[in-house]
Design a protein. Structure first.
Lengths: 721, 155
């Protein structure tokens, strides 16, 4: 912590007390050199996380990106709790991208609450200590005798009190403590209560929130880009003569990713693009269809390819030795999945010489800044990135290549001096890839005499999510599974084929398919052994010493009424999975109508450490279940001769109101550090539904989605009970 | 061509092709950006506005057709139903990313204007044209019931 004190502005009317701290981390020193720009109010040695105005309002600066997950509420609650602020007078603003002020700004891996837990509490506690010291000095009493509550500082002994606003100037002269004392969880008055509401609900109910799509600037032009319909295809030639005849089309030119049409309005850009005649070069393009890719994966898993696998989660002596005795075999196929956030990809950028300014719902802002600099051939310090809320992302805006943002910068660089708003159509978004990778998993289990696994073999085929390093995300959730606890050997192999279809992070990443593998296999093993699936799991967790899963399982069985009878035709299915340190268990109540699963209720239990914002944890559970169920029922991006067949919500159904199950969320009481909630609600739902279907029919699920072909269209509202 | 179009109680004279979808007239010409583009093919409901009081997907409604009607957008939807809906939305923290919520609210207000106490099935029928990828559906349903109950008490 750096000792600093300052007051902004010439007077207290426009002034604000800024409290924060910064570490002298080598990365941040490097950042200070790179980040000459950064137009935050005061990129000082403080990371300005907390501002207190002369009106008594507390403004929390959120360096993470809000894409719906409600993290702003939790982050603000951490500050407000330690500051003892009046929650009703706390607001949150989004930080611009500023490495020097805030360090890395990457909102990913459900880490926003976990990674800000120390910094934001310390900022709040340091500010509180400054108010306490100011009051103690003013009233000539000891600091220990002072209390703070709801933004009011008081000394009960002498019956004196003052608001933050009253004390602002004096407090600003105090030195923030280097290691402020933090509260014990038992003393929390705000954290963990239903008082922690979102701060953006009203603005999001009036149309007032400005997303990237809504940005208006004087002189702004709108761009759309015609992309190759095939992954890996490149532009051969194009004829823009008709496009340029469209009213309000300003310019048409080739860029690295296709042909850009720049116009005065969005619809003119769209019409101009429709009028282009383009020839693509498919020499390097992916030309296969989905059935061929599935067959290719099967061949790889069978060891008939030339792809060298790498090991994961191997255990014991000679894990590759042949299995004998009672061996059970499983195989799964999972499709590519699109993110389809409600706001398609978009970005606003202006380039003037070396200077780049960008507005975007960027959740890997630091990376986006560097990628933009490379695209504009400037240095990151010349890139100013204003971060605005995103209309969803689910990982699509968080990809390593920053594709859409870089595309916008390239167009803006060509146009020079005018703001460019790049808008992708829904079709552009759905056909653009960066999908949750398709995967194939083969599992062999050699059973022991006790009907528990004695040896495991898992061979997976999945494209890598990162260009370098081991393909660990593809098997997270299998690696170190507690279900390996009774086994003497585990033979894990991951094959990582590489071809032009681009893949990326999709909400819950590896667990989005690996949870299905492990949870559906374990149910089948339990049923084969004539054991209750919950009891069977519990034995494996006990053997693994996995106390957190045991607690989640026990709570889940209790809350879901596991084992109690249901009406005829209904069954329960259970699944438990970990993602990013959070454990979620779900029980789904399912019936089948013409082979179609109807899910009426999901009971969920979560262990995410200290629950900072319980109602937002519940919201993410509901959202995760809806998102995961949508993918399980319908999700599949398929290729025909290399061209994506699902291009909009008509050919790619998603979950609608009438298909959403009731959701009950129960949070395990914990005093451990918080873990994340944006993603972990997703993985268990698909295997929970599959396990219920298994209970109903005895037939396992071998591939997703549950519905394909003729059953693919959304269920008619009338088919819902 | 020039069209006189009534939006939120004001008449605007718009120079544009009659085939231009109302959505883009609202967003790009009139700068009313509360109404969102989500799919362009009337499948997601993010662009829902009221056309003579009826919830309508503005992304497929040509300007030349819209010009003869009274258009209301999220920016100026008013009245007891709208107030009750907004209050319920905030009390339940319905929105997550929020991008679809303008459309959701326009559909919900229209529902409450037609049916004072909608059942779950009524809500399914009225709201299934509005996609929410954050899956805030349960809170939307609960908030509609809350708003209906509040209006019932007020009457």
């Amino acid at each position: 912590m750096t000792r600093r004190r300052m007051i902004l502005g010439g007077s207290l009317i426009g002034g604000a007390l800024i409290v924060g701290y910064t570490a002298t981390h080598p990365m941040q020193v490097a950042g200070a050199i790179l980040q000459g720009g950064g137009s935050d109010p005061e990129p000082s040695a403080f990371g300005p996380f907390v501002r207190i105005g002369s009106d008594g309002w507390v403004t929390v600066v959120n360096k993470q990106q809000e894409m719906g997950q409600g993290i702003h509420a939790g982050i603000a609650a951490m500050v407000a709790e330690e500051l003892d602020a009046d929650w009703d007078r706390v607001r949150v603003i989004e930080a611009r991208n500023n490495f020097r002020a805030y360090g890395l700004q990457m909102t990913a891996g459900s880490n926003a609450i976990a990674s800000n837990w120390d910094a934001m509490r310390n900022a709040g506690a340091a500010a509180r200590a400054m108010f306490v010291a100011a009051a103690a000095h003013r009233w000539n009493v000891s600091s220990q005798s002072i209390e703070v509550r709801d933004g009011v500082v008081s000394h009960p002994g002498s019956n004196q009190s003052a608001t933050f606003a009253d004390l602002l100037e004096d407090a600003s002269r105090q030195t923030p403590p280097q290691s402020p004392t933090l509260k014990q969880p038992k003393d929390y008055r705000l954290i963990g209560t239903d008082r922690v509401h979102r701060k953006d609900s009203l603005a999001k109910s009036t149309g007032a929130v400005i997303y990237t799509q809504d940005i208006q600037r004087p002189d702004m032009l709108v761009a759309m880009v015609a992309h190759s319909p095939r992954f890996g295809g490149t532009l051969a030639r194009f004829d823009a003569s008709d496009a340029l005849k469209v009213k309000d089309v300003v310019d048409v030119f080739a860029i690295e990713t296709g042909v850009a049409v720049v116009a005065k309005t969005t619809f003119a850009a769209r019409r101009g693009r429709d009028a282009l005649r383009i020839e693509w070069n498919d020499g390097e393009a992916e030309m296969r269809s989905t059935p061929e890719l599935i067959e290719y994966y099967h061949q790889i898993a069978a060891g008939r390819g030339d792809l060298e696998p790498s090991d994961f989660g191997t255990k014991g002596e000679n894990p590759g030795a042949p299995f004998d005795g009672d061996v059970v075999e499983f195989a799964f196929d999972f499709p590519y999945l699109a993110h389809a956030p409600m706001e398609t990809l978009d970005c606003v950028a202006q380039v003037e010489g070396w200077n780049v300014s960008i507005t975007s719902g960027a959740h890997l802002a630091t990376l986006d800044q560097v990628m933009a600099a490379i695209a504009a051939r400037t240095i990151p310090g010349k890139v100013d990135l204003e971060v605005v809320p995103a209309g969803g992302s689910f990982g699509r805006r968080g990809i390593m290549s920053s594709d859409y943002l870089v595309e916008c910068v390239r167009i803006a660089k060509r146009i020079q001096g005018r703001p460019i708003k790049l808008i992708w159509s829904r079709e552009d978004e759905m056909m653009s890839g960066y999908y949750r990778p398709m995967s194939h998993h083969r599992v062999w289990v050699q059973m022991g005499a006790d009907a528990f696994p004695a040896r495991w073999r898992v061979h997976s085929v999945c494209q890598a999510l990162t260009p370098i390093g081991p393909n660990f995300q593809a098997t997270e959730g299998i690696t170190n599974s507690p279900y390996f606890s009774t086994a003497s050997t585990v033979d894990g192999k991951i094959f990582s084929p590489s071809f032009p279809v681009v893949v990326g992070f999709w909400r819950s990443v590896g667990a989005a398919h690996t949870a299905f593998v492990m949870e559906h296999v374990i149910d089948q093993l339990a049923r084969r052994a004539d054991r209750d699936p919950a009891a069977y799991r519990r034995t494996l967790y006990e053997k693994a010493g996995d106390l957190r899963r045991i607690r989640v399982l026990d709570e889940l069985c209790g809350k879901a009424g596991w084992g109690s009878p249901l009406e005829a035709g209904w069954a329960r299915g259970l699944a438990i999975a970990e993602a990013f340190g959070t454990i979620v268990g779900q029980v789904a109540e399912v019936r089948l109508v013409d082979g179609r699963p109807i899910v009426r209720r999901v009971v969920a239990v979560v262990d995410c450490g200290i629950a900072v914002a319980p109602d937002q944890i519940a919201a993410q559970m509901e959202g995760g279940i809806g998102f995961g169920l949508s993918a399980a029922l319908y999700g599949a991006m398929t290729l025909k001769d290399g061209i994506v067949q699902e291009t909009n919500f008509d050919s790619h159904p998603v979950l609608r109101m009438n298909e959403m199950p009731a959701v009950e969320t129960h949070i395990i009481k914990s005093t451990s550090r918080p873990t994340g909630m944006g993603e972990p609600g997703v993985p268990p739902i698909a295997p929970a539904v599959a396990n219920a279907m298994l209970a109903l029919t005895g037939s396992p699920t071998k591939s997703l989605p549950f519905l394909s072909g003729n059953a693919l269209s959304n269920s008619d509202v009338s088919s819902q009970s | 061509m020039s069209y006189a179009i009534s939006v939120n109680g004001q008449v605007h004279h718009v120079e544009d092709d009659g085939q231009t979808p109302l959505l883009w007239v609202l967003r790009d010409t009139l700068k009313l950006t509360g109404t969102k583009y989500g799919c362009g093919v009337a499948q997601c409901g993010a662009c829902t506005v009221h056309v003579d009081g009826t919830p309508t997907r503005s992304c497929t409604l040509p300007l030349e057709v819209a010009a003869s009607a009274r258009i209301t957008t999220i920016e100026s939807i008013e009245g007891v139903e709208a107030q009750a809906i907004r209050g319920a939305w905030v009390a339940r923290d319905v929105p997550q990313c929020g991008f679809c919520q303008s459309g959701q609210i326009m559909s919900a207000v229209a529902l409450l204007r037609t049916l004072k106490t909608p059942t779950d099935r009524d809500i399914d029928v009225a709201m299934s044209g509005n996609i929410c990828r954050c899956a805030t559906y349960n809170r939307i349903r609960a908030a509609i019931h809350d708003a209906a109950a509040q209006l019932g008490t007020a009457r």
